[in-house]
Write a protein that binds this ligand. Structure first.
Ligand SMILES: Nc1ncnc2c1ncn2[C@@H]1O[C@H](COP(=O)(O)OP(=O)(O)OP(=O)(O)O)[C@@H](O)[C@H]1O
Ligand SMILES: [Mg+2]
Length: 253
């Protein structure tokens, strides 16, 4: 029974599952939105979740953040339940909504320092500057009011905060919507760097091409569950774009 012996060694080497969703059922009002969703994301993995408008992608993130109580099923973030251990989960997770909420009258440096304080995390000025430099927010821009920032600069500020919080799990809701192609590429570079540090990344997106470039796995949510899931193949082609388009068309037909 070699097939049964091999997994023990493989399991030891496999990255830890950081996000585990199983049999998730959740309602919005009295309308069932998620109906038996099963999905997992490993440490050091980028998972892109696609689906039509209203499919329940943001609802999935809301459940992971403990904003929504599931009717059935299980959810775990690094082994913690968002319902039973809300504070622990919020310490573990960094969340980027589509429109990152920052204090407009504060600079990036001040915003980052403020949110770190709120989270009870102390970081030196050098460390904050290093994180902002890593996301390529220029030092003078980082000291200007966020009210003057483009969307890309706001995203960079939020990613710098995630870096500084050393959050092992990153949830993103349509982070590249409204970014130009250069800013999207730059944003993907940041996510790739976080993946390299072992961060588990669950990214909701409508950008099929971007997902195909970046993600390790792509899942398609329809009818409250995953109807398709694809894994990146080794090599430059990664995903069969025609199959992705076909899957999307089938699931929204
Ligand atoms: N706060 C809310 N109260 C009531 N219904 C909601 C709420 N948020 C979402 N819904 C409903 O739940 C369903 C799923 O919405 P959700 O926002 O999760 O979809 P989505 O996949 O993120 O869509 P989109 O791509 O448009 O962002 C939709 O029918 C939506 O109208
Ligand atoms: Mg949404």
């Amino acid at each position: 029974m070699r097939a049964l012996e091999a997994p023990a060694a493989a399991a030891a080497a496999a990255p830890a599952i950081a996000i585990a969703i199983d049999g998730l059922e959740a309602d919005r009002g009295d309308r069932p939105v998620l109906r038996g969703l099963k999905l997992s994301v490993a440490a050091g993995e980028v998972y892109a979740l696609l689906g039509a408008n209203g499919a329940g992608k943001s609802t999935t993130l809301a459940a992971l953040l403990g904003f929504l109580a599931p009717r059935a099923g299980s959810l775990a973030v690094c082994g913690r339940s968002p319902q039973a251990e809300l504070n622990a989960v919020r310490r573990i997770v960094a969340y980027l909504p589509e429109n990152v909420a920052l204090y407009e009258h504060l600079s990036a440096v001040e915003n980052v320092r403020y949110f770190l304080d709120l989270a009870g995390e102390r970081r030196g000025a050098d460390e904050i500057d290093a994180a902002l430099a890593e996301v390529r927010l220029a030092a003078d821009a980082a000291r200007q009011r966020v009210g003057t920032y483009s969307k890309g600069m706001r995203q960079k500020t939020a990613i710098a905060l995630a870096l500084l919080r050393r959050a092992p799990v990153l949830l993103l809701d349509e982070p590249t919507t409204g970014l130009d192609p250069g800013a999207t590429r730059e944003f993907h570079r940041l996510l790739d760097a976080l993946r390299g540090r072992g961060v588990a990344i669950l990214m909701v997106t409508h950008d099929l091409l971007g997902a195909a470039e970046l993600a390790d796995r792509i899942g398609l949510l329809a009818g409250g569950r995953l109807t398709h899931e694809w894994c990146a193949a080794p090599g430059p082609a990664r995903f069969d774009l025609a199959a992705l388009h076909r899957g999307f068309a089938e699931s929204t037909a």
